[in-house]
Write a protein that binds this ligand. Structure first.
Ligand code: FES
Ligand code: FES
Length: 178
């Protein structure tokens, strides 16, 4: 066997890859270049992460990797080794929707639902960095996520509403009069 074919045989071998997924340690046995999207959906059964374009254009497959928003259709699973991955399944806690999820529900931010998990994670990412964004910042923050159904307005309003509710909660917590 030549050196190059030995190298490619190695690249084509399955390997154990461990990472933290939604706060728990997981280990998968995958080909290093398998897409993180497929590993999440097929091997780990977390089908909340959706595939739209499969080419890094639509954001439907967005997850957070070490706090960064990434398109999981473009991430080889090997890159996820030892990383912290958050998918849509990890957002709700104790059976209660997380605030962005609740706002999407209340504002009609989801229709067919293909873009929704990625949109919600992108919104969550935006609000974690900028808790009170302007409408323009919301548009910018979600610019990498495409939606064919809603015309975007309900989505932007849902993010605005999630920010407003959080601001209100903060004020109540601090005892500041409205
Ligand atoms: Fe990954 Fe479209 S499916 S960006
Ligand atoms: Fe259908 Fe956004 S709700 S693509």
């Amino acid at each position: 066997m030549s050196d190059s074919s030995r190298g490619s045989a190695k690249a084509n071998a399955k390997t154990k890859i461990s990472f933290r997924l939604n706060g728990k340690s997981v280990t998968v046995e995958s080909y290093p270049m398998d897409r993180l999207l497929d590993v999440l959906r097929v091997e780990l059964g977390l089908t909340g992460t959706k595939e739209g374009c499969g080419e890094g254009e639509c954001g439907s497959c967005s997850v957070l990797m070490n706090g960064m928003l990434v398109n999981s259709c473009l991430v080889p699973v090997l890159q996820a080794r030892d990383a912290d991955i958050l998918t849509i399944e990890g957002l709700a806690a104790d059976g209660r929707l997380q605030r962005v999820q609740q706002a999407f529900l209340d504002c009609g931010g989801a229709q067919c639902g293909i873009c929704t998990p990625g949109m919600i994670l992108a919104a969550h990412h935006l609000l974690s960095k900028n808790p009170q964004p302007t409408m323009e910042q919301i548009r910018d923050g979600l610019a990498g996520n495409l939606c064919r159904c809603t015309g975007y307005m309900q989505i932007f309003e849902a993010v605005e509403e999630a920010a407003r509710r959080e601001g209100e909660k903060e004020r109540q917590h601090e005892g500041t009069p409205r």
